[in-house]
Design a binder for this molecule. Structure first.
Ligand SMILES: [Zn+2]
Length: 221
């Protein structure tokens, strides 16, 4: 356990220690239902500690609502059983130019403050032997977004998975997002947002990267 000053520094620098989300060995020994029950208990304690009266009709259900939201919605992407099935198809039509899936919604949360990260992702790849259903890319992005995250790790996790699934390094991923921990606390900068970009294969060439950047800069539909 770090001291309080170090804890603040890690949060404000948005430091991430690894490409893998740090998980305990026993992370999924308990069922979702057990987790919801335990989180409900602990969240109730937090609310009580803040002086809230949990016998009030408006507040009494909040611990359950928060617990269910954490396990089933905001952080469902922690559990590998929820990973979308990403079946690929043979690239029968021999399409071998860039395919761009853009403006994919990012609804995530920063792991340092548990506050929302909201924005969008753009993903492109150049097919070799395999192609993937378009909506599968959106689902994969959502899966990795729905866990306590760091934006740098999010793009890397999406990139690595797609490279493996598609059997090519020619993948590029960008995420542009607003962090509520920057806008509503700390520096309280309402206007800034963050972009992260990761790529491999042919996207290490500046012209290929520029082709992608030009497309995602276009007016949205
Ligand atoms: Zn944060």
């Amino acid at each position: 356990m770090k001291n309080k000053k170090e804890i603040e520094i890690v949060g404000d620098n948005h430091f991430s220690s690894s490409i893998r989300t740090p998980l305990r060995a026993d992370a999924f020994d308990k069922s979702d239902e057990e987790k919801i029950e335990n989180i409900q208990y602990h969240f109730k304690k937090i609310m009580e500690e803040m002086g809230l009266d949990l016998t009030d009709d408006s507040l009494s259900g909040t611990p359950y609502r928060v617990a269910k939201m954490y396990v089933k919605e905001l952080f469902y992407g922690l559990n590998p059983v929820n990973k979308p099935k990403l079946s690929t198809f043979e690239n029968k039509y021999g399409y071998n130019k860039m395919l761009v899936e853009q403006n994919i919604t990012i609804d995530s949360a920063c792991e340092h403050h548990f506050l929302p990260i909201i924005g969008y992702a753009n993903v492109a790849y150049i097919p070799k032997d395999k192609v993937i259903g378009l909506s599968k890319i959106n689902r994969l992005v959502d899966y990795y977004a729905r866990r306590p995250q760091v934006q740098e790790r999010l793009v890397l996790q999406i990139l690595n998975d797609l490279q493996t699934i598609l059997g090519t390094k020619d993948v590029i991923v960008s995420v542009t997002a607003k962090h509520l921990c920057v806008s509503s606390r700390g520096i309280k900068d309402q206007s800034s947002f963050t972009t992260t970009l990761e790529y491999g294969g042919c996207f290490t060439e500046v012209e290929k990267r520029n082709d992608f950047l030009k497309i995602i800069a276009q007016e949205k539909i």
